[in-house]
Design a binder for this molecule. Structure first.
Ligand code: ATP
Ligand code: MG
Length: 654
């Protein structure tokens, strides 16, 4: 990149003001919150923290010794008690906390009281296995209630959990167990995915084989598949979850934790390289998770809330478990794939369970668009009242489709920008207050200060693209990278050390109204004949074309221009590739964004390389386009996709 400013070519004039009916009932009703929070951010966050139950009050809201922050200094609380015990005294006691549906269609509901009972037993069982405060526990489970129970059980006794997505291989699991130094692993015999059994316990056995993870002394195994899949049990190390819980005491009191005691380690998605072990603590994290839950998702007591993220991702931590349960929500959990047994499974779930708030990712939305409108159209989605998006920039056309086909034109959409590192939502519309624009994540959440700057850290004017930076510490921020504080300083705080800004690694533009438009990852920004061009804008222009479902755009080395634009395009069902279509797409992008943005190469591909969390991995497409060996592929959802693309690209070039 040159000076760090990014040109912006995408014009988006559509606006969606909140409906008066929604605004009248919204949790965020007063636009003055922004100014009030800005005038005294610490007082604002302290107000949010007072929504939680504290065992000991804090003496200082923030102690900031850059780049290390301590929030709610001296305060003590227990995160599981905030998610469970405090709801038992009132009308939420017998309210559904979790509605679970397995992929085969099995169902289970746990009330807050029932969830509390299970968590007490699980916490007691962990203690009996010798797990205590500060010890790490790796959780490697399908999306079943036991995943939530395990996380809350760790929080109850002060153990630090590290959830590893159940789709990761034994090798990735082993690396994460070793890096975190876990004492115990919680897994299942297996889970269901697209009608097949995923043998999780077998992967744990492989990960732990030959003593390569000497810290692990116990493995708890949930029986999900039972007689369908027999697993080997190591007498000295392994125990069945149901037996251990039955033997554990009925009650396990919540451990009083310092606000800054560890809650979890979570490894990032790995879009840009080797995953980082992001470390989060208790009081500040929960404060921001529950505040955003109430204000961004407008949560009410009669909502049925569904966030489709797996607990293996940060979204599954903050918006399946800690945010919603601390706010007393009814949370739907679904184990399996969106296209099993049919491509309308999600819409069937919404219809059956009366889901009112739905939070998913652009990658999923683009798949639904590709599969066709008939799937949502065949189901009753009238229970929905709010939609959310997270994980990547949402292309304006995907936003419009989501708005019309899923939201029936009546549901506000919250496009939420945040990261594993930020712990909770940082930029988002507040439904009821914000006029939304397809493709914009809106304004920073009250109390959060975001700057758009150039390479030197100087603010760029509205309308120009630059680098997203965060100006002051926020409660849910990561505290360090596990075991590697040096890397923490270097990755996030060294780029703008002089200004004391956090470097997020994403490009963004702010418009004249103060709305932020995310432009993609800084590493992916293209430099074409002296112009910095955003991948997101070219992809969005391609997705606008009626034949296109999804696009990934990269800059590849070019002798004259520095970089040339290459686009990998997935077509909608029923559309076929042709030379005419390539010409039409190039013309469309040129007309929409200007000739400089017109792709040099367009390659059609039925699939794009994605992380297991569904994000497009452009760095591997660059490796392919520039004829290099592929970088780290361990976090890829399906390695055969890049291998196939590499072959085809080379044939097409040669
Ligand atoms: P790694 O850091 O290992 O490369 P990752 O950045 O993909 O992995 P996550 O923390 O899961 O890991 O993702 C955060 C990133 O996702 C953000 O930095 C941003 O690039 C992208 N992102 C998330 N939500 C949005 C959004 N609403 N709009 C635009 N981008 C988003
Ligand atoms: Mg990242």
């Amino acid at each position: 990149m040159s000076d760090g400013t990014i040109e912006s070519h995408l014009e988006e004039a559509r606006r969606f003001p909140p409906s008066p009916a929604f605004a009248a009932q919204a949790n965020a009703g007063d636009p003055a919150v922004y100014a009030a929070a800005e005038a005294d951010p610490e007082a604002w966050w302290a107000d949010q923290a007072r929504q939680l139950d504290w065992m000991e009050p804090w003496t200082q809201v923030l102690d900031w010794r850059p780049p290390h922050a301590r929030w709610f200094v001296g305060g003590r609380l227990n995160v599981s008690a905030n998610c469970l015990d405090r709801h038992l005294a009132g009308p939420r006691r017998n309210k559904a906390a979790i509605i679970f549906e397995g992929e085969p269609g099995d169902r289970r509901t746990l009330t807050y009281h029932e969830l509390w009972r299970e968590v007490n037993r699980a916490a007691g069982a962990l203690k009996q296995l010798g797990v205590g405060k500060g010890d790490r526990v790796t959780i490697y489970l399908p999306m079943v209630p036991e995943a939530v129970i395990s996380m809350l059980a760790c929080a109850r006794i002060g153990a630090i959990h590290s959830v590893v997505f159940g789709g990761f291989s034994a090798t990735s699991l082993r690396e994460r167990i070793q890096d975190s130094g876990s004492k115990a692993v919680i897994t299942a015999d297996g889970g269901w995915r697209r009608g097949a059994m995923v043998p999780l316990k077998q992967a744990v056995d492989e990960a732990l084989a030959e003593g390569v993870c000497p810290t692990v002394t116990a493995v708890l195994v949930v029986r999900r598949l039972g007689a369908l899949l027999s697993v080997a049990m190591d007498d000295g190390r392994d125990a069945w979850w149901h037996e251990a819980l039955a033997e554990a005491p009925r009650l396990c009191p919540p451990e009083p934790m310092d606000a800054e005691d560890g809650l979890f380690i979570l490894y990032t998605s790995g879009s840009t390289g080797k995953p980082k072990g992001v470390y989060h603590t208790s009081g500040g994290y929960l404060t921001q998770a529950q505040a955003t839950m109430r204000l961004v998702f407008d949560l009410k007591d009669d909502d049925v809330y569904w966030c489709t993220a797996d607990v293996g991702w940060v979204t599954g931590h903050s918006y399946v478990v800690y945010g919603p349960l601390s706010a007393g929500a009814t949370v739907l959990i679904y184990e399996g794939a969106p296209d099993w047994p049919e491509r309308d499974r999600f819409w069937e779930l919404i219809e059956t369970h009366g889901v009112s708030i739905f939070y998913t990712a652009p990658t999923a939305i683009r798949s639904f668009m590709k599969w066709g409108d008939q799937h949502p159209a065949g189901r009753d989605l009238s229970s929905l009242r709010l939609l959310g998006s997270v994980g990547e920039p949402i292309n304006p056309e995907a936003w419009m489709w989501y708005h019309r086909q899923i939201g029936g034109g009546r549901c506000p959409i919250v496009d939420t920008w945040w990261q594993t590192e930020t712990g909770a939502i940082m930029v988002s519309p507040l439904p009821g207050l914000t006029t939304t624009h397809p493709g914009s994540a809106g304004r920073p959440f009250p109390g959060i200060a975001v700057d758009v700057v150039d390479e030197t850290g100087a603010a760029v004017p509205p309308g120009e693209g630059g680098l997203l930076a965060i100006r002051r510490p926020w409660p849910a921020m990561l505290r360090t990278l596990w075991g590697n504080d040096e890397r923490y300083r270097q990755v996030y705080w060294s780029k703008f050390a002089a200004q004391g800004l956090y470097f997020a690694g994403d490009g963004a533009r702010r418009d004249a109204d103060g709305n932020l438009w995310l432009l993609g990852r800084v590493d992916d920004i293209m430099l074409v004949a002296g112009h910095n061009i955003s991948t997101m804008e070219v992809e969005s222009a391609l997705v606008e074309h009626e034949a296109v479902a999804e696009a990934a755009v990269i800059g590849r080395a070019h002798d004259v221009k520095g970089q040339a634009i290459a686009a990998f395009v997935t077509l909608k069902e029923g559309r076929s590739p042709s030379g005419e279509l390539i010409a039409a797409l190039r013309r469309h992008v040129g007309e929409r964004l200007g000739p400089i943005c017109r792709p040099d190469d367009i390659l059609f591909s039925a699939e794009l390389p994605k992380t297991r969390s569904g994000k497009i991995m452009r760095r591997l497409l660059r490796d392919i386009a520039e004829g290099r060996a592929l970088g780290d592929v361990t976090t890829l959802a399906d390695p055969s996709v890049v291998a196939g693309l590499k072959d085809r690209y080379e044939q097409h070039e040669g």
